[in-house]
Design a protein around this ligand. Sequence first.
Ligand code: UD1
Ligand code: UDP
Length: 371
Amino acid sequence: MKKIKTAVVFGTRPEAIKMCPLVLELKKHEQIDCRVYLTGQHREMLNQVMEIFKIQADQNLDIMGDGQTLTSITANVLNKLGKVLDEDRPDIILVHGDTSTSFSAALSGFYRHIPIGHVEAGLRTYNMDSPYPEEFNRQAVDLISELYFAPTELARKQLLNEKKKPEHIFVTGNTVIDALKNTVTDDYYNEHLEWAGDSRMILFTSHRRENIGEPMRHLFYAVQRVVHDFPNVKLIYPIHKNPKVREIAHEILADEERIRIIEPLDVFDFHNFMARSFFVMTDSGGIQEEAPALGKPVLVMRDTTERPEGVEAGTLKLVGTDEDTVYKEAKRLLTDENSYQAMCHAVNPYGDGTASKRITEAILKYFNADN
Ligand code: UD1
Ligand code: UDP
């Protein structure tokens, strides 16, 4: 029997965290020949994930450059991945989410009439400026996809509203929950958590392109005020590798005694930090899916979210990037027990941790290889 040649393409940390569980599942099936192509849009932050999941890539296009632009990422992926696809001719390409890697990999496949399967399809803000350029990327990928793996019912509805074929949409849950099942442990130890001790630890991340510059400064000033005003608060910021982010963070936060800026954590560590935090402040997408499952309040430092499920459940609060607002919302969680408890309920709108299995089943069915 001819195997289904399945190319899984990704290049950034969040894609890797959500695609590695799927790769492990695809590799279990003898009908599938699973190939992993990394674009290398990220380097250290991507390698960290590959090591945790112990997955070897078949190709790494290694495109990352300091100061890379949306144009350079897109052009490099189109050129380099195009060559690989011409040689390898996969039967299907799987991409994830909304990065420039996802968009350009999907476009490479489209130009070669190779069907695209979009993992985490159907998320929307319907605002092309927020998040930028991710809203464009995911809509563009959905425009040229053949199979849609929607994490939630809402994502499915949004795809149906856009007239995607219902029989090609599968509600699978989010593969991040597959990963989360195996990471948080009771006996976890880390020196930074020892440092945080009995204080209330805020876990903070910020990297969004549209926040770099003034909005990010406002966020840093806001948390600086928080630690100044609340002596029993410590803040840990595993900082993104982007030099532009690092420059602003070091300029404003470097001398704060109760703020630790640390290197990016691997996903095992990050999930355990989240589980032990008092609450989370972030502009990340993926963290908005993980924290609700752990029952951790999240202040989302963005103007829009494509994850309204967590907002409806009460775990996420959109607070934007205005310094005063961010400060006041953090203060509220530190001083108002009722508000805090109301955001602490663990909810998990993202499935039962079997998303990878469901996606694999759908692929086997599509190729009539499901026995
Ligand atoms: C990218 C995605 C964004 C996602 C984020 C996850 C796009 C347009 N953006 O944004 O959707 O939320 O990844 O983190 O696809 N760098 C390193 N080492 C690394 C990774 C990055 O040094 O391992 C530095 C490089 O200087 C690079 C810069 O960070 O130029 C920015 O990386 P880039 O992928 O362009 O943007 P992100 O903000 O990471
Ligand atoms: N994460 C990690 N180490 C860190 C910070 C985040 O492993 O130091 C994980 C986090 O658990 C989530 C993912 O990275 O799964 C989110 O990635 P990121 O915030 O870089 O991108 P986004 O989700 O915003 O696209």
